[in-house]
Design a protein around this ligand. Structure first.
Ligand code: ZN
Length: 276
């Protein structure tokens, strides 16, 4: 996505330069098949953006119509079939995370139950606007999860699939927003979704460009909860930064750092093999 004003969104560059936000997805090889964490935008979104994404998103987020950038094209590019993706875990159901669900209609979609309820009920104007019904009209195979007593680094968590994949609820951005923790060869990855947007928000003290800061407060369904969870993530990074790599769904700096690490590893990027 190329929002207006790089300075406002990324904190550097020009006010009139385009910014850059990524939609960071993970593809994970499990013994049961492939798992996708978040789905970004779909081929259908790029083909019919006004209906699927809406004018507001097109004018503010300004997504590139890059069909090769979709999760579907990248999965195929790695030599897999779309049907090889058996499971999907979504951090939440905003359009830039759930748009790609329709490219994987056969996959089971693991979701934190309060998020599914929020999307189905759409109780507030915020929720009527943020959840795009065309993204769900193919009938996703929902698999809702609730917290079940598992703990992950002190966070209440949900064992989503195997011992290596946990949903870590980080509510506030949306009613059922969750992080997704995946154990990789080199430690844990925590896909923190939209719990924060800019890598410097994980520093103590945190720093966030004004545009992103305003956007996050404005779009949050529960801003105090969002801030509390961000604080807990900073503590996690401070205390366990050597064991857990935390990244936001949208930060291009974190995306590049992880891609570089993946490149250097012996395994073919961007597939992350988990230990069992
Ligand atoms: Zn997002």
């Amino acid at each position: 996505m190329c929002p207006v004003s790089r300075r406002f969104v990324q904190g550097d560059g020009g006010f009139f330069e385009s910014g850059l936000l990524v939609a960071h997805c993970l593809l994970v090889e499990l013994p049961t098949g492939l798992l996708l964490v978040d789905t970004g935008l779909s081929t259908a979104d790029l083909a019919d953006p006004m209906r699927r994404l809406g004018r507001g998103f097109m004018l503010t987020a300004r997504p590139k119509r890059d069909f090769l950038g979709t999760a579907e094209a990248q999965v195929r590019g790695l030599g897999f079939k779309v049907e090889d993706v058996r499971d999907i875990v979504v951090t939440h159901l905003d359009l830039d995370h759930a748009g790609g669900l329709s490219d994987f209609p056969e996959a089971r979609v693991h979701i934190y139950e309060p998020e599914l309820r929020a999307m189905e009920q759409r109780r507030t104007p915020n929720e009527k606007m943020r959840y795009r019904l065309p993204h769900f009209e193919h009938g996703p195979k929902w698999s809702p999860h609730e917290v079940s007593g598992d703990l992950w680094f002190g966070f209440e968590a949900v064992r989503a699939l195997a011992d290596d994949v946990f949903m870590v609820p980080l509510v506030g951005h949306s009613r059922g927003h969750t992080g997704v923790a995946v154990r990789a060869d080199h430690g844990w990855l925590l896909h923190a979704g939209d719990a924060y947007f800019h890598h410097e928000e994980m520093k103590i003290p945190p720093r966030c460009p004004m545009g992103l800061s305003l956007f996050q407060s404005q779009v949050a369904i529960d801003d105090p909860a969002r801030r509390r969870n961000q604080e807990r993530l900073r503590e996690l990074v401070r205390d366990h930064g050597d064991e857990v790599n935390v990244f936001s769904a949208h930060c291009p700096v974190e995306f590049e750092a992880l891609r570089e690490r993946q490149r250097r590893s012996a395994r073919p990027p961007p597939v992350i093999s988990t230990t069992t």
